[in-house]
Design a protein around this ligand. Structure first.
Ligand SMILES: NC(=O)c1ccc[n+]([C@@H]2O[C@H](COP(=O)([O-])OP(=O)(O)OC[C@H]3O[C@@H](n4cnc5c(N)ncnc54)[C@H](O)[C@@H]3O)[C@@H](O)[C@H]2O)c1
Length: 423
């Protein structure tokens, strides 16, 4: 068992104690159901051979086919893949979706690959893992350094291998290939819906909020645009190369223009703004809400005391490590946990999967309504459990996820059932 998974599961145990779930039910979620590790060969453009480590984990499929992204990143490990698959299990349950949790990854530096090499690798990954994939078994989606283009190659390769065009085998595809309108902004938009749904519980001031944002990629940039449109002020933004601030709020158009020109957010042109070279200082900016939309493991027990916000919105997966939880609790900083805050992506992926199985296209309005309803329901469920158990928001979200999962596990039979039958 890896350290990362072990730390992530500690939050599940904390929640299980809170709602007094039968030990045997939670035990079923202790380990991943299946993790396949495959070494994938990649013939590079210059004729040399690379042998790449890759994984797919199907953590649990009690509620339905496992669902989760595939990332191309040099830091991917089996432990990380299993941990992210565990989080997907909790997230899909909290969102009320008919999915279990999965995740995949290849240990590779995606920036170092040509387009041809990326295509060869995407298709190679599908050939390696096809035996555990499929719309009723395990449904991958984009994640770090993969997007619609990679999903198109993967869905195409899967169709060629199986001899059947089953678009519901992958989500996050381009719209002409069975993808759905509204998938790209879904995570950022969902994060804002979650923030609005729980803000009264966080003791935040009424009216526009001051938000500091780490990460201006797909999830972060859409969150910033939606938040600014709703009247909030993005007072600081960082990416991997810099940080920019403006007390009255940054222009998301200027930030986007800087990124489109291949620069950093710190290159955005806006009068009255100032910049810092050390992007990690974003966590120390004074604000109402610190939104983390970049990496995992950004806040730990060592730096938790430097936060100057009232609440943290976890748009990234596991940006706060468990050893920071107690510090934040003592400081009165509430966290809107990743399994609630970033559930918008998988929610719209579910809509895409349904659309593909129905053979009918969903309109953008229908997708937006489905996203809003799903996140608001999950937020309301979390707040209800929070009140009933007088606990923090993360523990409440895990409780709500576990209650649904354990009802399903229990329906298959528990020790109590078997003991009764033997009498
Ligand atoms: N995109 C989705 O639909 C989705 C869904 C659920 C969860 N997430 C999670 O959200 C996070 C971001 O995903 P994404 O799709 O936006 O990725 P992305 O690759 O599009 O963007 C990542 C951003 O983080 C920035 N970044 C990297 N290192 C940084 C650093 N040290 N300091 C500050 N910024 C840094 C990058 O510059 C970039 O702006 C990931 O943790 C991902 O797992 C994304």
């Amino acid at each position: 068992m890896g350290k990362m998974l072990s730390a992530a599961r500690s939050r599940m145990y904390r929640a299980a104690k809170q709602v007094d779930l039968h030990e045997e039910l939670v035990q079923r979620l202790d380990y991943p159901a299946e993790t396949l590790a495959v070494s994938i060969p990649l013939r590079r453009d210059d004729g040399t051979l690379m042998q790449l480590k890759s994984w797919r984990c199907r953590y649990d499929d009690t509620l339905g086919p496992s669902k989760g992204g595939i990332r191309f990143h040099h830091s991917v490990t089996e432990d990380e893949v299993q941990t992210l698959a565990f989080l997907m299990t909790m997230k899909c349950s909290l969102m009320g979706l008919p999915f279990g949790g999965g995740k995949g990854g290849i240990c590779v530096d995606a920036d170092d690959l040509s387009l041809h090499e990326k295509e060869a690798l995407s298709r190679g990954w599908v050939r390696a893992f096809a035996r555990i994939l499929g719309p009723d078994r395990d449904v991958p989606a984009p994640d770090v350094a993969t997007g619609a283009r990679e999903m198109a190659w993967m869905a195409d390769e899967f169709g060629t291998l199986t001899g059947e065009m089953r678009p519901g085998s992958f989500t996050g595809k381009p719209v002409p290939l069975g993808g759905i309108e509204g998938r790209t902004p879904a995570t950022g938009h969902g994060a804002l819906i979650a923030l609005e749904a729980v803000r009264h519980k966080l003791g935040l001031p009424l009216g526009p909020l001051k938000i500091a944002l780490q990460g201006f990629g797909n999830a972060g940039s859409w969150f910033a645009k939606e938040a600014a449109r709703a009247g909030h002020k993005i007072v600081a933004v960082s990416d991997s190369s810099g940080l920019i601030r403006h007390g009255e709020g940054l222009s998301t158009d200027a930030l986007e223009a800087a990124k489109q020109n291949g620069g950093s957010v710190a290159d955005a042109e806006q009068a009255g703004s100032d910049t810092l070279k050390t992007s990690s200082l974003i966590i120390e900016q004074e604000c109402d809400v610190l939104a983390l939309a970049a990496l995992g493991g950004v806040i730990d027990g060592d730096n938790a005391a430097s936060l100057k916000c009232s609440a943290v919105l976890e748009i990234a997966n596991r940006p706060i490590l468990p050893d920071a939880d107690e510090h934040l609790r003592r400081a009165g900083i509430e966290v809107i946990p990743d399994i609630l805050a970033n559930g918008g992506g998988v929610t719209v992926s579910h809509a895409e999967w349904v659309q593909n199985r129905q053979g009918l296209d969903w309109s953008e309005d229908r997708v937006a309504d489905y996203l809003r309803d799903t996140i608001e329901n999950a937020s309301a469920k979390t707040l209800r459990v929070m009140d009933e158990n007088q606990t923090d928001m993360r523990t409440a979200a895990y409780c709500a996820a576990l209650i649904r999962l354990c009802e399903a596990i229990s329906a298959r039979g528990t020790a109590q059932d078997y003991q009764r039958r033997q009498q």
